[in-house]
Design a protein around this ligand. Structure first.
Ligand SMILES: [Cu+2]
Length: 562
């Protein structure tokens, strides 16, 4: 897959009048080697990155997307709630038809009541994985594969091969493959190996890319079948010497970074040698700041962090370690107090104060704090969930349903593979589809999504159209109650209606659960899905209808007839 993703930056409400901001996005394909290995990539306006879309809260953003690729595409503005314009949400088969090669589509929406950093990305198959970003101010991290997303998809559905092994990460489109020693991999991966053996009752081992041999998983013997591996996966690791991303300190005491995980499969542990990070904002919402040595950045998650630049000289590693069980892999960018030079030194000296190893394990977990997601309460006390019972409680189970199937539905139903080509559910007359959730949600209703995850893998779950409160979460088992109301009555120990995190995505732990609460203030047809692209592509999504009939008469004919 080529990835198409870049930043949409919204500033808080201005004192002056809202304006209309227009952008043209030309999508094209190219052939590039960001970390030393050539493959097809997608570009926005012939460049990497695509243009930054900047706007003030309340502004109208008009984006004309021209598809010059050979594949259909849509653009989803991740985290933008699309209040009053659910047809601009960019999910094919749900809110619009795909933009086919040669076609253009006009996205037109107003940023109601939102500020912060968002990103826009393709939402057909997983093409956003195939674009590149090189904007120096934000910090975009993504896992990178040698194959395109279409090749991965083909490989997955044809051979049942999970893309569980990557060529490391890219940081703002830059990176280098450095093959770690076997000793480094085994030390950093010891915990994963133990978890694997406990989960699947099978022995395994790491290869030179740090990938676990998954072929021993009982019942899924095709997974990562080494005999069917493609170049770039589990082949002997090859190092490259491409440039790393460098963040230059400009003399001020703080460096602010917009951290976004734009990857397709892997979460990452971020730490900066010798430096503290203050996490200030999560998914567009200021939080009670946390001073940490390590931040886990799940797929689709967005953070604003302030780095205290107190060292005054030298170069320091910014480390990105995979947080996914199947692979121990690390990418490094640099934080530099020096002046930029024409050519990048091949290797900087390794500083002594490293906080995490290549598996993301903290060297001194007693004294080194990692960001606590569940304690990330909004800074603004007024961002509180409604108390008391909800009008609707919907249960979901995250599950692998077959070797090439994933589901969020209790029934195990998968999103149809040809969903993208169907009449969008926002105005379809036929709603008879196994992953459509139509429970009669009306404007103002309180909705609880009780999500249980089977003991397989963490899933970063993203909801469109809303931010939600994570009113209960645990990596230790099911919620245990049929509803929040029953949990309140029984004094649930995991329930937090007082100061829960408020966000638009949350990673649900294996064998764990999360309960999302939101207010139905945005009629539409909203996706609830896993942000691991391959999981979504093989069924891991549902559409929650919210007062859909109220919005149907307002859908522009230009959208319906597109
Ligand atoms: Cu998933």
């Amino acid at each position: 897959m080529k990835y198409i993703a870049t930043l949409l930056s919204l500033l808080a409400a201005p004192a002056y009048a809202a304006v209309v901001r227009e952008y043209d996005l030309n999508l094209t394909a190219s052939y590039q080697a960001p970390n030393g290995f050539y493959r097809e990539v997608f570009l926005v306006n012939g460049q990497q990155p695509g243009p930054l879309i900047e706007a003030d809260e309340g502004d109208t953003i008009i984006t004309n997307v021209h598809n010059n690729l050979q594949v259909p595409i849509t653009i989803h503005f991740h985290g933008i709630h699309q209040v009053g314009t659910p047809w601009m949400d960019g999910f094919p088969g749900v809110t619009q038809r795909p933009i086919f090669p040669g076609e253009s589509f006009l996205y037109n929406f107003t940023t109601v009541g939102q500020y912060g950093s968002y990103w826009y990305h393709a939402h057909v198959r997983s093409y956003y994985q195939d674009a590149l970003e090189r904007n120096p101010t934000p910090l975009y991290v993504m896992d990178w594969t040698k194959l395109t997303s279409d090749a991965l998809y083909y490989r997955d559905v044809t051979y049942g091969l999970d893309p569980a092994c990557v060529l490391g990460f890219l940081v703002n489109g830059n990176g280098r493959v450095t093959c770690p020693s076997n000793e480094l991999i085994t030390t950093a991966g010891a915990g994963r190996l133990a978890t694997f053996e406990a989960l699947f009752g099978a022995q395994s081992s790491f290869d030179s890319l740090g990938c676990l041999d998954l072929s021993a998983i009982n019942g899924f013997s095709g997974i990562n079948n080494v005999a069917l591996e493609s170049p770039g996966f589990s082949t002997p690791c090859q190092s490259s010497t491409t440039d790393r991303e460098i963040f230059y300190v400009n003399g001020s005491e703080w460096m602010m970074l917009n951290v976004i995980n734009m990857g397709g499969g892997f979460g990452t542990y971020l730490s900066i040698d010798g430096h503290d990070m203050w996490v200030l904002q999560v998914e567009g919402i200021f939080i009670q700041p946390q001073k940490v040595k390590q931040l886990h950045v799940g797929l689709g998650s967005r953070y604003i962090i302030a780095v205290q630049t107190v060292k005054n000289n030298g170069d320091f590693s910014i480390r990105f370690a995979s947080s996914e069980l199947p692979q121990v892999t690390e990418q490094i960018a640099w934080l530099s107090y020096n002046q930029p030079t024409a050519t990048q030194p091949l290797d900087y000296p390794v500083p002594s104060d490293i906080y995490q190893d290549i598996g993301g394990n903290l060297y001194d977990p007693e004294n080194m704090k990692s960001f606590n997601e569940s304690a990330a309460a909004p800074y603004d006390d007024d961002i509180k969930p409604p108390q008391g019972p909800a009008q609707h409680t919907i249960h979901f189970t995250l599950n692998r349903t077959s070797i090439v199937g994933f589901s969020v539905m209790d029934s195990g139903a998968e999103m149809p593979s040809d969903m993208e080509l169907m009449t969008p559910l926002l105005w379809a007359d036929d709603l008879n589809q196994p992953t459509t959730v139509d429970v009669g949600i009306k404007l103002g209703d309180v909705v609880d999504l009780i999500i249980y995850n089977m003991p397989q893998a963490p899933h970063p779950i993203h909801l469109h159209g809303h931010s939600f409160w994570v009113v209960s979460e645990s990596n230790l088992g099911f919620f245990g109650y049929s509803s929040v109301e029953v949990a309140i009555a029984n004094g649930s120990s995991t329930l937090n209606l007082n100061n829960p995190p408020y966000r638009d995505g949350y990673t649900v732990a294996p064998s764990g659960h999360a309960v999302f609460r939101y207010v139905a203030d945005n009629p539409g047809a909203w996706m609830l899905h896993c942000h691991i692209n391959m999981h979504l592509m093989v069924g891991m999504g549902a559409v929650i209808l919210e007062d859909r009939e109220a919005i149907r008469p307002s859908i522009p004919s230009s959208v319906i007839n597109f």
